[in-house]
Design a protein. Structure first.
Length: 416
């Protein structure tokens, strides 16, 4: 489909927050899309030059030019082509800025040749809300002329009496994205940054027979701050449940919740049988987060009668996954990393191999206990159980999440 920008592949982006802006950066780097239509839904600064300056600079990742070309090569920069119609030339690609409507159903996607939209506002997350909802909805993008929409966040169904619509699904690239059905799926969730990182940590364990029998699991994400938190202490909104989110992120370590474990069940259904707990600890950094994963498994014994699962055994699982089926998506590191080393790292997860730990103990079950469960056994059982602790880094903004979102977006576009 040709459009006014002269290309076949035009991507729509709704919202220019952290993920919206970096989605543009990511796709400028990969080059799959010819042009872009970005909806900000309101006037920005005095003119289009203000938005151009915002797009070409970033406090975390530096300048767009250096991101795309490094220090040796000078890029083309960003120029205003037409102030009236909102046209920018961004490093050689045409970008049209829409500033009129925030309601997705009123955004002129169809008029601008947009078939696929990535919604990065974080506002419209419920796939059950109808397109004509006056306050706006995710489905509104379809009324606006798009054929499919990808949400850069997990779905949140507010009315618990409703179920997930048949045309909606959650995908994480490299985990279950091959389940995308272009004839069926119109409304897609790319999950969250933490779910993406966690899924790539869990996948190799679930695929190995020695670690697949997970009894319990828990994770904590040591998470960089986001725009949902207060810079300084503020008054909570009406109905706010977590008062800690209104405390200054500059000055505090803040305990909060995460829906990563629940969302994980949608992309890795095997997790539904596992008792999985999850929480989040927000810290005063701008990006790069760390998952601390704990699993308990029934540990097989080797030929010498010793527990098979060890630190080296677990690390070898990740080494093989990083070199094989998850190559380019999962990284295994034996360096001693800190969070700054992960900024911009293009991987869903980086396993910190030097900090992998494993301990195996034995659970003694008396024959009388077995008989009380209807199991006839004359001897006591001694079962080996291993506890494993694994750390995985992820750049929750550009490196991990936005790049994986970009891969999923390109995959959906190729298969539409």
């Amino acid at each position: 489909m040709n459009n006014q920008f002269g290309g076949k592949n035009v991507l729509g982006i709704n919202g220019l927050g952290r993920i919206g802006k970096l989605t543009l950066w990511s796709h400028l780097a990969t080059g799959y899309f010819d042009s872009f239509v970005i909806n900000v839904g309101r006037k920005v600064g005095k003119d289009l030059h203000a938005l151009a300056q915002m797009l070409e600079r970033d406090s975390t990742y530096g300048s767009l030019e250096k991101f795309l070309y490094g220090y040796a090569t000078k890029g083309k920069g960003i120029t205003v082509v037409d102030q009236e119609t909102g046209i920018l030339n961004v490093e050689g690609r045409m970008v049209k800025i829409l500033m009129e409507d925030r309601n997705p159903s009123k955004i002129a996607w169809g008029e601008n040749g947009v078939r696929l939209v990535v919604d990065c506002t974080g506002v419209f997350t419920d796939p059950t809300v109808e397109a004509d909802e006056p306050r706006g909805s995710l489905r509104g993008h379809l009324d606006g002329g798009a054929e499919k929409v990808i949400l850069s966040a997990p779905f949140k169904i507010k009315d618990q009496t409703k179920v997930m619509p048949d045309d909606s699904a959650m995908f994480v690239y490299g985990i279950n994205h091959l389940n995308f059905d272009p004839l069926k799926h119109q409304v897609i969730s790319a999950a969250s940054c933490t779910t993406t990182g966690l899924a790539h940590m869990m996948k190799p364990l679930l695929e190995n027979p020695s670690t697949a029998n997970i009894m319990t699991a828990s994770m904590s994400t040591i998470h960089a701050s986001t725009n949902t938190q207060s810079i300084l202490d503020s008054v909570p909104k009406a109905g706010a449940k977590d008062l800690r989110k209104n405390r200054s992120i500059f000055n505090n370590i803040i305990l909060t919740s995460t829906g990563a474990a629940k969302a994980l069940e949608q992309v890795l259904p095997e997790i539904q049988r596992v008792g999985f707990m999850a929480d989040s600890v927000r810290i005063p950094t701008n990006t790069a987060s760390l998952i601390s994963l704990n699993i308990t498994v029934h540990s097989p014994l080797n030929d010498q009668g010793e527990p098979e699962i060890s630190r080296e055994f677990i690390n070898d699982i990740y080494r093989k996954a990083a070199q094989g089926p998850q190559k380019g998506l999962l990284e295994f590191s034996e360096k001693q990393n800190v969070s700054a080393d992960m900024i911009g790292m293009k991987a869903a997860t980086v396993i910190e191999g030097v900090e992998t730990h494993s301990r195996t103990g034995f659970v003694n079950i008396k024959s009388e206990t077995l008989k009380s469960y209807g199991i006839s056994h004359d001897q006591d059982l001694r079962l080996p159980v291993s506890h494993v602790k694994i750390f995985g880094w992820y750049d929750n903004e550009l490196g991990s999440y936005t790049n994986m979102l970009g891969e999923l977006t390109a995959y959906v576009a190729r298969n539409m």
